[in-house]
Design a protein around this ligand. Structure first.
Ligand code: ZN
Length: 302
């Protein structure tokens, strides 16, 4: 009887644990989250990223292969805030039954202002800005949510995940300290930037930068000629020289603004996706340092 009890207890605990040789299979919706899961999960996880480097998660079309990969995963990590409009369809099609981590859970989202016409076509967003990762303080919350998800899916390695999360949070603190010092070089009145796609409101909120964009929050929203014309006037009036295009959006509008204002379009910013491993933004921390460096150099010309 005692033997039977022990055997049952052993079987019950074994079914809850991930076998030691196997890594926890995790699917992340886009490249930034793939990086964060890797930072916390280390060699205990195998991470598959759906929308890879330089990919645009706003307009992503999942493939049947994505469904297959997801069906074998134990954890799904998404941004939330309406960023991945396609994720529910994919989950349904794949019959995935595992847990889902909404990384942005607990942050205070920025509401989208429907004051320019571009947003009239903005169907698949909630009424909040999804690009919360552009504020490193929010990423601290992302890391906590991801860590809680990993611990729940793989409690045997809880200590490992928590320790790595703590190390990463310290690196986020260092990033913020460095960024504050860099931004201090730019007077408040000169903290104005034009980007092609409106993806930097959280960065702007954190560092007191006003970002202006001809295209809305969503890369599939159309910019109107009137909106672009107004932006050109504003750039001339306020002498904004800091113009940037992101790795996920079309440079045409910014080239037009550049022609009409005489300001040069600066190096590309990484907004919604990392670069490849050889690019300037292969992981979140490097991406932020790169973007902030480029923005500060641009704003100094204002
Ligand atoms: Zn975006």
């Amino acid at each position: 009887m005692i033997l039977r009890h022990c055997l049952l207890a052993l079987m019950a605990s074994a079914s809850l644990l991930v076998p030691a040789a196997d890594k926890l299979p995790v699917v992340a919706s886009f490249s930034l989250l793939g990086d964060l899961v890797t930072q916390v999960g280390g060699d205990k996880v195998s991470v598959h990223t759906l929308v890879g480097p330089d990919g645009d998660a706003h307009v992503y079309q999942p493939s049947p292969r994505d469904g297959k990969t997801l069906s074998k995963a134990r954890l799904l990590v998404v941004n939330g805030l309406g960023f991945e409009g396609w994720i529910d369809r994919l989950v349904k099609a794949s019959a995935y039954r595992g847990a889902r981590v909404v990384s942005s859970q607990g942050i205070k989202p920025i509401a989208i202002h429907h004051d320019h016409e571009a947003d009239a076509h903005d169907h698949h967003h909630d009424s909040v800005d999804p690009h919360a990762w552009q504020n490193p303080a929010h990423v601290r919350q992302y890391v906590r949510n991801i860590t809680a998800g990993l611990v729940a899916a793989d409690p045997a390695n809880a200590g490992y995940y928590q320790q790595r999360a703590k190390i990463y949070e310290n690196r986020l603190t260092e990033l913020e300290r460095w960024a504050d010092a860099e931004m201090a070089r730019i007077p408040a009145a000169k903290r104005r930037v034009i980007t092609s796609h409106d993806a930097f409101a959280y960065l702007g909120q954190r560092f007191g930068i006003v970002f202006l964009a001809p295209q809305g929050m969503n890369t599939d929203a159309e910019a109107t000629a009137k909106g672009v014309g107004k932006l050109i006037q504003q750039a001339r009036r306020e002498k904004i020289r800091a113009l940037f295009v992101e790795n996920v959006s079309n440079p045409k509008l910014l080239e037009q603004i550049s022609r009409e204002t005489g300001a040069q379009v600066g190096p590309r910013l990484y907004s919604d996706a990392l670069s490849g491993s050889k690019g300037p933004a292969p992981d979140y921390l490097t991406m932020m340092r790169y973007n902030i460096g480029v923005l500060v150099a641009g704003m100094r010309q204002n």
